[in-house]
Design a binder for this molecule. Structure first.
Ligand SMILES: C[S@@+](CC[C@H](N)C(=O)[O-])C[C@H]1O[C@@H](n2cnc3c(N)ncnc32)[C@H](O)[C@@H]1O
Length: 461
């Protein structure tokens, strides 16, 4: 075991984009893992961040980066391993940026996530109510229903290395469906054979930027999105894909992103083959999801989230509900049978169009969706019973929180993919007379540091 740890630790853990300093090896004990996935230890009063480490491990660490207030190190040798350390099953784990926790037993990953979330809730949010044990994911591997492969010249297609835009070509990825590996291989060959160009982000030249794959886990439907810089894409790149064995590809879509940006998707979509959307089923509801619409990446755990919303609201049938950041209508449509009326607000017109179709698909009459910025939508309302909040990673604005509180809701359910912004927002709710009374964690992202936090918020007694 010790030898294999040593071998693993000889891998280049941090890519060479950091300013190099004379490599100094120090002995360090890891105190905890912080949001972002790194372990952290204290060396003569300076914090040292060490990727792929575990609490209570004694390590020999070479310092790669020295900043004024902290250092970044890399494991040179594990002197005393954590009993929760395991051999990462993926050979690319130490170079690919996709996973952070494959070196930890799954149960221990959940412990770490709970501690990270509770630390943020207490330190930033001063929240007195702590999160309970995370709901484990039914699948620890192959759970992602969506993957994004960046490309770089001459013919690389894979994932970004940790904290760089260097591409690691992974033959297979253990987080997504195995069919996505076959599709990746297909494109690697077809792009070359078609002599199509690959986008070079430094020169802002070349055409194909990303391949995005999405799958309905409960429908088996697969949607392929080719992101290009130019309006055109050679047909030879994709025309044979539909015949790939074992796939149920219902559509191939082109997304055009002509600008120099880190944003993956541009504004324009063009259906090349089949349809521009796929279907998914959650609980007993059916959802149409277009190439440009958000959907939670873990289908099984999306059901858990929806059940959590129901548990927190305990609706009686008479409630009026506001679903802010409503996407394709996931939570509103599942909740619709249990309340009087729901209004969803979503800024992305593609998602709003899906959400409206999803009402028809599920014969729902008591929900409506508005395509609007959440911040400006609240003026329409005087009072509301229940509010669902599921914002992007950056959380809510102060103005929005003030407007929500002005509607005097009896209960709110805040679903967050970032415990630090959730904690910040809960602190503001607290100042305005609302407090978190129950907090649950749902693991949508095994092998990574990410965790979904769901908070029930109520007026203070
Ligand atoms: C985390 S997703 C949640 C979507 C949905 N609740 C679900 O679970 O599928 C956040 C959604 O908020 C939308 N969004 C982002 N900023 C917004 C804003 N200022 N106002 C309204 N919607 C916004 C995004 O387009 C995205 O669909």
């Amino acid at each position: 075991m010790q030898n294999s740890h040593r071998r693993l630790c000889e891998e280049p853990l941090l890519p060479g984009d950091y300013p190099r300093i004379q490599a100094v090896a120090i002995e360090l004990v890891i105190d905890k893992i912080v949001y972002g996935g790194d372990g952290i230890g204290n060396y003569n009063g300076v914090k040292v961040f060490v990727p792929y480490s575990a609490p209570q491990e004694r390590l020999l660490v070479s310092i790669q980066v020295k900043k004024k207030d902290y250092y970044i190190g890399r494991i040179k040798e594990i002197l005393e391993p954590s009993p929760f350390r395991v051999q990462p099953p993926c050979p690319y784990f130490f170079t690919c940026g996709g996973c952070h926790f494959q070196h930890l037993q799954y149960d221990y990953q959940l412990v770490v996530k709970k501690l990270i979330a509770n630390e943020a809730l207490q330190r930033i949010g001063k929240v007195s109510c702590l999160a309970s044990n995370p709901k484990p994911a039914p699948r620890q591997w192959h759970y992602r229903n969506k993957t994004q492969f960046p490309l770089s010249p001459p013919h690389k297609i894979g994932y970004f290395q940790r904290k760089t835009h260097q591409i690691v070509e992974t033959e297979k990825c253990l987080l997504h469906p195995t069919i996505f590996d076959s599709i990746r291989r297909f494109f690697k060959n077809s792009i070359k054979e078609a002599s199509e160009t690959i986008y070079d982000e430094n020169r802002h030249e070349g055409n194909i930027r990303h391949i995005i794959l999405r799958q309905g886990f409960n429908t088996d439907e697969c949607l392929v999105i080719i992101v290009t810089k130019e309006e055109r894409v050679k047909q030879a790149v994709y025309q044979e894909l539909i015949h790939l064995d074992g796939t149920n590809i219902v559509g191939i879509v082109q997304n055009i992103n002509p600008i120099k940006t880190n944003r993956v998707l541009g504004d324009k979509f063009r259906t090349l083959v089949g349809r521009g959307f796929y279907y998914e089923k959650i609980l007993d509801k059916k959802f149409k999801i277009a190439a440009g619409s958000f959907f939670q990446v873990n289908t099984a755990q999306t059901e858990t989230l929806a059940q959590m919303v129901l548990k927190f609201f305990q609706p009686q049938g008479s409630e009026e509900v506001l679903d802010l950041f409503s996407g394709v209508g996931t939570f509103a449509i599942i909740l619709a049978d249990f309340v009087k009326k729901i209004t969803g607000v979503e800024i992305n017109p593609i998602a709003v169009a899906d959400a409206r179709e999803n009402l028809e698909l599920n014969s729902i009459k008591n929900v409506e969706f508005f395509c609007q910025n959440a911040e400006s939508a609240l003026a329409k309302f005087n009072q509301i019973d229940l509010v669902i909040l599921d914002p992007p990673r950056k959380g809510l604005t102060s103005e929005l929180i003030r407007s929500i509180v002005g509607l005097k809701p009896r209960r709110l359910c805040y679903i967050s993919c970032n415990p630090t912004t959730l904690a910040r927002d809960l602190a503001q709710f607290d100042q305005l007379g609302y407090e978190a009374t129950e907090i649950e964690l749902v693991d949508l992202f095994p092998q990574t540091y990410h965790i979904e936090t769901v908070a029930k918020i109520m007026p203070k007694q």
